[in-house]
Ligand binder design. Structure first.
Ligand code: 5GP
Ligand code: ZN
Length: 219
């Protein structure tokens, strides 16, 4: 438990049910976040013992390691997208035709593309992680969750406190290297979808996120 709570997944991934550990290999373990801040919230844990105790900014200074992590994040993003498609994808005739086309030998090229669920997923790290083992969040954009209970929960995924994996390597002068922790987390609440500013009114934000979730699912 505590700050070291992610260590057990890295050392003994085989002891967890598939409802907790999504998959593992020699270098990575993918898990469900125990306190999800969106409808789908996964964590990618690198197992490299020389990296797992480092701050992400330091670990990602190694270009070879960063490349490996980015490749695995893409894999997990893809997996997460197929889960969103399964959960929220339209069951229209068009979608069925598209799915059939995926398996056909020469798919018709006049079918409209399906929704790109990959784009509905954010992958990145917190500038000031609370858990000590290196982890990358792979989280759907909705921020719709019973577990999103505190102000910092929302802003830690809605401000520069969240650093997308694609932004690494960070430039030496990047301001996010020196996060004014309270600064980012105390910013006004801004809706991730429509950009509306809720000031510091968390309850109003939560009600609004509920409506946006319904619209987002069917968009
Ligand atoms: P951080 O703020 O350190 O970037 O995020 C750590 C994440 O780990 C949080 O989203 C939190 O909900 C999650 N977490 C904390 N303890 C556990 C745990 O024991 N198991 C799992 N699966 N997730 C955890
Ligand atoms: Zn909105």
């Amino acid at each position: 438990g505590g700050r070291d709570g992610l260590g057990a997944y890295i050392s003994k991934p085989e002891t967890f049910p598939s409802s907790v550990v999504v998959y593992y290999n020699d270098e990575f373990v993918a898990i469900h976040d125990m306190f999800p801040k969106s409808s789908l919230h996964l964590l990618l844990l690198p197992r490299d013992p020389t990296k797992t105790r480092l701050h992400p900014f330091e670990a990602f200074e190694d270009p070879e390691f960063l490349a490996k992590v980015k490749a695995e994040v893409q894999k997990l993003r893809h997996l997460a997208a197929s889960e969103l498609r399964r959960l929220y994808g339209k069951d229209s005739a068009q979608e069925q035709a598209r799915q059939a086309a995926l398996t056909a030998e020469s798919p018709p090229d006049d079918l409209p593309p399906g929704r790109e669920w990959e784009q509905e997923i954010m992958c990145g790290v917190h500038a000031v992680p609370s858990m000590s083992h290196l982890h990358v969040h792979v989280i759907s954009v909705d921020r719709h969750s019973e577990r999103l209970k505190h102000r910092k929960h929302y802003n830690s995924f809605a401000t520069p406190f969240f650093v997308p994996i694609g932004d690494f390597p960070l430039k030496p002068e990047d301001a996010r290297r020196h996060p004014t922790r309270e600064g980012y987390l105390k910013q006004n609440f801004v809706c991730w979808r429509c950009g509306r500013d809720f000031g510091n009114r968390f309850t109003e934000l939560k009600t609004h996120l509920e409506k946006e979730f319904i619209e987002w699912k069917k968009a």
